[in-house]
Design a binder for this molecule. Sequence first.
Ligand code: BLA
Length: 517
Amino acid sequence: RVRAEPVDPSLCEREPIHIPGAIQPHAVLVAADLDTLTVVACSGNVRDALDRDPLGLDLGSLLGAGLADRIRETLRGEDVDPGRTVRQRSVLPAADGLRLPAEVVAHRNGDRILVELELAPAHPEDFPSASQLDTERAIGRLRGAGTLEDAATVAARETRALTGFDCILVYRFDPDWNGAAIAEDKDPTWTRSLLGLHFPASDIPAQARALYTRSKSRFVIDRDYVPVPLVATPETANAPIDLTFAQSRSLSPIHLEYQRNLGVNGSMSISILVEGRLWGLMIGHHRRPHYVAPETRAAATVLADAFAMRVYELESRRLWQEQQAHLALESDLVRGLARSDDFVSALTENAHTLLDLFAVGGAATVSHDAVRALGRTPPPDAILAIAAWLRATLPTERSSYATAEFTGAHPPSAPYADCASGLLAVFVDPERRHLLLWFRPEVPSTVTWGGDPRKPVLAGSGPVAVLPRRSFERWVEERRGVSEPFAAWQVGIAEALAQAVEGVVLRQQRKIAELTG
Ligand code: BLA
């Protein structure tokens, strides 16, 4: 039934996951007009749960006037953030004169109010709720983590302790939206491990990442659930209900198939947002269905937020320290230049040299036809060829060039990929006679993917046109000719250093030339 050839992964991005027209069956949903509070759409299971057809009714008659008013007052203002929720434990009148304890969560989306009712499980005592103390303790441990790796490990362990999933993964996106499982905490009886594996961007397509940036968490109790379709009044039938912020939104069937292939039943993902950008996900996996109580879900979301803040602190601290160290080195080099009339020896023979900057493997200067190299670099004639190529190709208004894949851009340098996959180069003078270069080696030479990243999707036949890959067998890619990228601030420091060379040394040289010439 499955054709083996891969299909275009961009197909995945076209699934409108915010309007699936269905929810998961553990909840019921009603959507009401913001102004009139008249119910305009509901999930097909409302009648069974509440013994009434809510379409056209007033929200107050379903929830009680007090709660309905509170919801409207909180959500009606002009400046209400999308996704802002009102939450209340309530007891609702139901079929056969029963009264149902339920968690009521309401939010606004445009001119609609969406109310989700989640009936309490039959035996709530089986599902312990996270206490505030548990959450505070977990956050305290995160605060004590001194590196990103520690913080991720602590976050995985503490999130698993709170939520009871068989496995929690901290998943981090790279700049191209591929990702890797950077921490894992799991039940020891589950021998599968995803730690350290990389996954292609198409596993979490663009529209899903956009939705996860707005709406912070998803929980699936039972992967094999039967989605409950939404029904609408004739007037609203043509305007689909946007479930972006609905906790009970039915997930993409393609993704549920993916979970099946991974051996996962109950699951969650919580967004890790750092400075508004989706940095990663806290992913929960369970081999069987898994219910997580509302308080615990809230606690897990708070913990993910605390982790995000710790990531921000640790990354900005590391970056700051790195930049401070570089600024100190740079001014040291500039002081050396000021005392010298030979910039090459000032940058290559003092206590600090070009090689101390930017965590490189090699560095070099080119001055006219003379090359001075430090560390691991291509041989001098190859460096001269690189300088000639840069003179010819770099637009005149630009003095610097940086790449992590130099040998791809300049094939004659291919033999030097081991030392020169990364290149940062900056011309000193407008005439381009003098050049500073830094070289980075090829790393990492292998990436272990969770499945073949070139075949993320298979063509399906029948109702589902696209299927996720079925194999998560480790697939090792030999990555050649790629270095760690140079950061923009590093290029900035290189440019500043080149300007200092120009300012201090070349001016001296010109002066000497004038005096002697
Ligand atoms: C969503 N894909 C997701 C989600 C995860 C992953 C975590 C979030 C949904 C959730 O909360 O469970 C992927 N899960 C992973 C990865 C790991 C993991 C990488 O455990 C590794 C540790 N997915 C595909 C292909 C398509 C696809 C080929 O692999 C499309 C054809 C689609 N994935 C897809 C879609 C969603 C998704 C559409 C959104 C699901 C939704 O929120 O409705």
